[in-house]
Design a protein around this ligand. Sequence first.
Ligand SMILES: Cc1ncc(COP(=O)(O)O)c(C=O)c1O
Length: 359
Amino acid sequence: MSETSPKLRAELEGIPTYKPGRPAAAGGPVAYKLSSNENPYPPLPGVMESVTAAACNFNRYPDMACTGLMDELSERFGVPVSHLATGTGSVGVAQQLVQATSGPGDEVIYAWRSFEAYPIIAQISGARSVQVPLTEGDVHDLDAMADAITDRTRLIFVCNPNNPTGTVVRRAELERFLDRVPGDVLVVLDEAYREFIRDPEVPDGVELYRDRPNVCVLRTFSKAYGLAGLRVGFAIAHDPVAAALRKTAVPFGVSQLAQEAAVASLRAEDELLGRVGSLVCERNRVVDALRAQGWTVPETQANFVWLRLGERTMAFAAACEQHGVVVRPFPGEGVRVTVGETEANDIFLKAAEGFRKEL
Ligand SMILES: Cc1ncc(COP(=O)(O)O)c(C=O)c1O
């Protein structure tokens, strides 16, 4: 056998691996997974029915144009089908956006810490990541992000609400920022958690994209709509960007099961958004309880909370696990905890209270 191995692109060296939230260990003391910002509710019966019906035909390729879903989204958001593009989760669409805009020597700007896929997909394209630290309050520093723009900048991610802190940027500051970004730089408003926002001052990216050809909105069916396992997300953007997304898409990437489930979910939106409302109530209860215990918790508009624990991060995550919940630690920084079912949240609050007393 030859000693040499196939030559791989140098850009792939040192790419951080995406760390999925750990599942609850089977048979172990851990009962609840609060580590991946998933929706704790099981699929709605109607959504399940459309998926099982679609499963009867999985010997066939899916509809590559996602026609039914595109029509539904077009109507739901009041945008032309030509402004829509679907992909394998919004992370898949985010990767296509970077591929379509940024190559070696180009720069991709995003806040840090933010969604951990951004550095990975930037590096895969050979682009340089420009990470702009969050403010003291764990919020995007939009002025510093605008200051970081150079003539090599091709794409800027604004994650709103931000993963993992849950913090948001509001209308006036976001519009001021967009006004500063040159028209040839794409701004991607990653709104994976949009449906959990209750602050009326947080703008809907879809309003902002309408008269800004360099703004692209990313949405997903994984969180509020509870379809994480089916992998379907989408972008809303003006023609050249949406067309580039269609060019960079993996053919047949979105399965027919995912397409049917997404359509059924949009039709069952009232019920699904009712569930989101319950999760928002739980979120507020968890935040209030943590603050009453003495924790500093940044205001979250997502389905998770962030505790900046620094050196104590891993010990805190271990304590949660002992109580029966898996959380998502970022070593040396903090812990992100998904708001789950009431029982899981109660266990987490008990673990947090116990840890606090030991401090
Ligand atoms: C900010 C953000 N964007 C995008 C995604 C990707 O979600 P999906 O690929 O499931 O649509 C996530 C998932 O955790 C996220 O937190």
